[in-house]
Write a protein that binds this ligand. Structure first.
Ligand code: FAD
Length: 442
């Protein structure tokens, strides 16, 4: 541990908590600065997405478990469900159900506030980590060469906090460009993909035996750009999220909610919402664009500053990648703490570039399969999308393809796993239009 060194983490969302956990191994003191007051298992103002379905991919869960041993069991003790991804949950992709088969993947089904509460409790128990709530970061201290702390305000009082390392984990609304400009530093290029996605989510009472005993159902956005999910979360509740792309947003009107659910490409979610007692009114959320700030491409970043989580790359939520990429970034950060502090940022962006890029490519390529999404469609993207459609058709019938498809989506295996000769042969055989028949849900 570096004697006397102080790291400050901005934001106590998933990325901030994971970063603080990792930095506690190297820094003498880690302070988390959070604008909200975080109490118990509650949705809060700074994380409005917390009211909506948050799927945790298995590669993210594995990092959570590495950093917080036993956290999966703790989540289950607190009411979450741990499910084999294709056995205990139903996945509809491309209009039909993926073959139920063992994938070796565990899905932890919980509300976002519960996931966060468990990580927060464990992080705040670390002796050299301190969390300050109700404090807002207003800017950076330092200059283009080195960040030396942050300017904050709490209860109307301004306070400068010095640090050897500042980590921006303030989420997709981060004001990092403005803060960098204020200290005379360069700003990164930003890549943006407009999807104009709308979510609407509602809680229902869960009864044993519903959905044939399965713990969740996911209906991916079909050709009409509509999709959704219903997951059995803590407190014996269904969290139902409906989603629609390109301005075709699901309604927040309780009477309209089931009608939109009826238009999805599988009936399961509609059955749940018409067969269960609603516990609240639908809550809407609008997500205009995926954003990627390319710190990895900058030739000069100020020393003493890292940007992590959604503040660096905010993914289309449909693919459930955000928390997992934050976890993979934290794991990458852990591998590069040894070495000169002045080059930590360069080491971190290099070490985390691959997982961020891989997730971004998967999501962007899927978004671009919708003709209305505007963006560059290279020949590679178009060929990939033709192939992915074949993969999906094959995955409706072939357990090997369905298993590999899910493992790629969970960022456990690289997309190349779908072009391995044995799998590719099965995809060609089962995924051609001629072999296609609609799978029947069990
Ligand atoms: C509708 C929706 C659904 C999603 N679904 C999924 C999903 O299924 N699976 C998944 O993995 N990901 C999902 N995500 C993404 C996921 O929420 C994030 O990727 C993940 O939580 C990491 O975010 P973060 O910690 O970087 O930022 P956030 O979770 O946004 O946290 C940022 C924190 O910073 C604090 N803060 C902000 N500004 C300041 C300031 N100036 N001073 C002090 N504190 C500040 C905020 O209060 C907040 O606590 C979804 C996102 C959305 C929008």
């Amino acid at each position: 541990m570096t004697a006397g060194r102080h790291a400050v983490v901005l934001g106590a969302g998933i990325a901030g908590l994971l970063a603080a956990r990792v930095l506690s191994e190297e820094f003498a003191r880690v302070t988390i600065l959070e604008r909200d007051r975080c109490e118990g298992v509650q949705a809060r103002r700074g994380v409005p997405q917390g009211r909506h379905l948050h799927g945790l991919l298995d590669s993210g869960r594995a990092v959570f478990e590495e950093l917080y041993p036993g956290c999966t069991a703790e989540l289950v003790r607190r009411g979450a469900t741990a499910a084999e991804v294709l056995v205990h949950t139903r996945w509809y992709v491309g209009g039909a159900r993926l073959v139920p088969t063992s994938t070796g993947l565990t899905s932890v089904i919980a509300s976002r506030p519960l996931l966060e509460a468990v990580l927060r409790r464990r992080t705040c128990q670390i002796p050299n980590v301190r969390m300050r709530e109700g404090i807002t970061v207003r800017g950076l201290l330092g200059d283009a060469d080195a960040v030396t702390g942050v300017a904050t305000v709490a209860d109307g009082r301004a306070e400068d906090i010095t640090a050897d390392l500042v980590v921006d984990a303030t989420g997709r609304g981060s004001r990092i460009e403005e803060w960098l400009t204020d200290i005379g530093a360069a700003v990164p290029d930003t890549e943006r993909l407009d999807v104009d996605l709308g979510y609407s989510s509602r809680l229902y009472r869960h009864r044993p035996g519903q959905l044939g005993g399965h713990s969740s159902v996911i209906v991916s956005t079909g050709t009409n750009g509509r999709g959704g999910g219903a997951v059995h979360i803590e407190g014996d509740r269904w969290l139902v999220t409906l989603a629609g792309m390109l301005g075709d947003h699901p309604p927040a009107d309780p009477a309209e909610f089931p009608r939109y659910a009826a238009t999805l490409s599988a009936p399961d979610i509609h059955e749940i919402v018409t067969d269960s007692e609603p516990l609240d009114d639908p809550v809407p959320y609008r997500f205009r664009a995926s954003l990627r700030r390319h710190f990895d491409r900058m030739t000069a970043v100020p020393g003493g500053l890292l940007v992590i989580g959604d503040a660096q790359c905010a993914f289309n939520p449909l693919y459930a990648q955000g928390m997992t990429v934050a976890a993979l970034q934290a794991a990458a950060l852990r591998t590069c703490l040894d070495g000169a502090p002045a080059t930590l940022a360069a080491r971190f962006y290099a070490a985390s570039a691959d997982p961020v890029a891989a997730a971004w490519r998967l999501a962007a390529s899927s978004d671009l399969s919708h003709p209305g999404v505007i963006g560059p469609r290279s020949l590679r993207t178009r060929l990939t999308n033709v192939y992915v459609a074949q993969v999906q058709r094959a995955a409706h019938h072939d357990p090997v393809v369905s298993r590999t498809f899910m493992r790629v989506a969970h960022l456990v295996e690289p997309p190349a796993a779908l072009t391995h000769p044995v799998t590719a042969g099965r995809i060609m055989l089962r995924g051609s239009g001629f072999a296609y028949t609609r799978a029947t849900p069990s």
